[in-house]
Design a protein around this ligand. Structure first.
Ligand code: TXD
Length: 309
């Protein structure tokens, strides 16, 4: 019985945390790929030398050639530029589109049976691009955004109430940007709706902070964007897939009729397991939720329509 092979395409800020978490949690053997000569090899060697302390019996290697990811079972893609202050995620489109096309070909040609988690921004356009260029089936191509946005929403609620982050559940749907849709109605503290626990104006403030949370970190860091919480979010998805956990998580999935949307990747609740996106769960949205969701769909559609593959 061999261990799963996990390839991280992009060994930068997020890729490094991804590799460390995947390896030290013994999710599988980890290969870091990057175009910067020596950097993935150096990060991998460093992590491998820490493995005895983590008690992790996995191999951790770094490569600059796609042949090194041959046969990967799971691929997590963070290749691309990150935002700097004053930039929107959409500003990254042209540069990261060219990178994603190259990455999609490399993964298609070397790990044709892999399940792929796309992280690079602008997320909804990048995961769509990977799917189109690779030709992989929709269940094996998923985007990471909703898990992160939901985690941020959960954290803000937990801080407001002084309760355990473990007891707050939340879903953020739609595109990964200012039009995202934190679903207040579906946010609970151990089953108690937050509307019973927090004043409406405070909830509104938490919703707005969730939408701007990425930019808030970019503004503080000044040199890049958040990388630990995105990595942890992708790891939760990776664990659901590799351990067949059938998690219900908000992920960017290809909608083909669900939520009245066709041909777009959007953040929706899905069941994530060994089969990748095993099914999409359709929630009932009230009028205001539907309006916000449709506005998010329009934004993503406009972005994706501008892509020339
Ligand atoms: O929720 C989300 N999905 C977002 C994703 C949350 C935060 C950040 N998000 C995006 O992830 C961010 O806007 C970027 O587009 C990616 C990666 O962010 P990260 O902070 O890890 O960026 P780095 O540190 O610059 O790492 C990117 C690496 C870097 O080492 C480059 O050398 C490499 O990508 N890179 C490539 N790797 C492979 N192939 C090619 N062509 C390539 N070009 C650059």
């Amino acid at each position: 019985m061999t261990r799963p092979k996990i390839a991280m395409i992009g060994a930068g800020n997020i890729g490094g945390v991804l590799a460390e978490q995947a390896a030290y949690r013994e999710l599988g053997d980890v290969v870091l790929f990057d175009v910067v000569e020596g950097m993935p090899q150096g990060k991998a060697l460093d992590m491998a030398e820490g493995a005895p302390i983590a008690g992790a019996d996995v191999s951790i290697t770094g490569v600059n050639d796609y042949s090194g990811i041959a046969g990967a079972d799971l691929v997590i893609i963070t290749a691309g530029l990150a935002r700097k202050p004053g930039m929107s995620r959409d500003d990254l489109l042209n540069t990261n589109l060219a990178i994603m096309k190259q990455v999609a070909e490399g993964v298609r040609d070397n790990a044709p049976d892999a399940t792929v988690i796309v992280v690079s921004n602008p997320l909804d356009a990048m995961v769509y691009t990977f799917k189109e260029v690779s030709g992989f089936p929709k269940n094996r191509v998923v985007g990471m955004a909703g898990v992160l946005d939901s985690a941020r929403f959960r954290a803000f609620v937990a801080w407001e109430l002084g309760v355990s982050v473990r007891d707050v559940t939340a879903m953020v749907l739609g595109g990964h940007g200012d039009t995202m849709v934190p679903l207040v109605r579906y946010c609970t503290v151990n089953g108690i709706p937050i509307t019973k626990l927090i004043d409406a104006d405070k909830i509104d403030a938490i919703v707005e902070r969730t939408k701007g949370a990425g930019g808030e970190v970019v503004g503080l860091l000044k040199t890049g964007s958040a990388f630990v919480s995105p990595a942890m979010s992708a790891i939760e998805m990776a664990e659901a897939i590799l351990r067949d956990q059938k998690r219900v998580l908000a992920c960017a999935c290809l909608c083909e009729g669900e939520y009245g949307v066709s041909g777009l990747y959007l953040g929706v609740p899905c069941v994530l397991g060994a089969g990748g996106v095993e099914r999409i769960i359709e929630l009932e949205l009230d009028e205001s939720e539907r309006k916000a969701f449709d506005a998010s769909v329009d934004h993503v559609r406009t972005l994706v329509d501008s892509i020339e593959l």
